[in-house]
Design a protein around this ligand. Structure first.
Ligand code: PDD
Length: 286
């Protein structure tokens, strides 16, 4: 039975209880993180905690935890839930109020929750073993604060589910200017003639920790040129390779977009090289 953390207590996940008046439940009033952990080592821990803290600040949720306190909870969860490949899910909601009302209540204690989930081992940089993705495209209909990793994920969930009936595993989103934002649960990249481009950070996308790590690793290595710049739908359609990144997938090759093959429809060489670099350096930059 998996062991969860809830407001200072470790207990079996099935026994964890929160009130229906918790604002996370009523309003999606909270933030979360998903931290991957392979063979006992977390990936990007400090970056995840930094982003959690900036989300809490953006929502004006007062929780004075320092990085050491977060680390302690994560390490306790890892000790109590053995496994080679896990993600640690952390969620902080504003807390439970006396009644339902839109105004942020004064004197409310945030609800802090954590548990672990098994995830796949990270990809090996071998095209023959790669898990490939097929995506559809759709206009981005979420809200205008996508840089906050909020638990209000209905917009993302609806987009994710749009592609599933057709056998697609992600939905790549674009804004009114026909520029890519991200995918419903991943950041997005296009590769053309060996060079990589990914949409710049803005309020339209989440600053993915995997994105930050990848760009730091590529910058240090220097072999693959990259740019953070607007990327159009046309570029997506003409790309040699398309990738997604997230904490649980690392670099995920997309071989089909809107039922058309990406490039030659095979996993690309640039992916192989970049995933190889990521596998070597994932613990060094965050
Ligand atoms: N999703 N963009 C969105 C909308 C996301 O939900 C995610 C992550 C990312 C990638 O962020 P990171 O590299 O920090 O995981 C980008 C997580 C894993 C989820 O909600 O399960």
């Amino acid at each position: 039975m998996s062991i969860a953390y809830l407001n200072g207590i470790y207990l079996p996940l099935a026994e964890a209880r929160i009130s229906p008046l918790d604002r996370g439940f009523l309003f999606g009033d909270g933030v979360y993180e998903v931290i991957p952990c392979h063979l006992g080592r977390m990936v990007g821990f400090s970056l995840h905690i930094e982003r959690l803290r900036s989300g809490l600040n953006a929502l004006n949720i007062q929780l004075g935890w320092n990085t050491g306190e977060w680390r302690e909870v994560c390490e306790q969860l890892l000790t109590r839930n053995p496994g080679d490949h896990l993600s640690i899910y952390l969620q902080v909601s504003r807390g439970t109020a006396q009644s339902r009302g839109h105004a942020y209540p004064a004197d409310i204690e945030p609800t802090c929750f954590g548990f672990t989930m098994e995830i796949a081992p990270p990809p090996l940089p071998d095209p023959a073993l790669a898990v490939t993705y097929s995506a559809i495209t759709a206009p981005d209909l979420r809200w205008k604060r996508c840089h906050i990793k909020s638990t209000s994920l209905l917009g993302n969930v609806m987009h994710f589910n749009e592609g599933l009936p057709g056998g697609n595993t992600e939905t790549i989103l674009y804004n009114c200017a026909g520029e890519l934002t991200e995918a419903s649960a991943c950041n997005v990249y296009v590769i053309k003639n060996g060079a990589l481009a990914t949409p710049p950070l803005s309020e339209q996308i989440l600053a993915g920790v995997t994105r930050t790590l990848l760009l730091r690793i590529l910058e240090k290595d220097g072999a693959i040129a990259f740019a953070e710049r607007p990327v159009t739908l046309e570029e997506l359609r003409g790309a040699d390779e398309v990738w997604l990144t997230s904490s649980t997938k690392e670099l995920a090759p997309v071989t089909e977009v809107d039922s058309e093959p990406v490039g030659n429809g095979q996993v690309g060489e640039v992916w192989q090289r970049a995933q190889g670099l990521f596998s070597q350096h994932r613990h060094e930059h965050g």
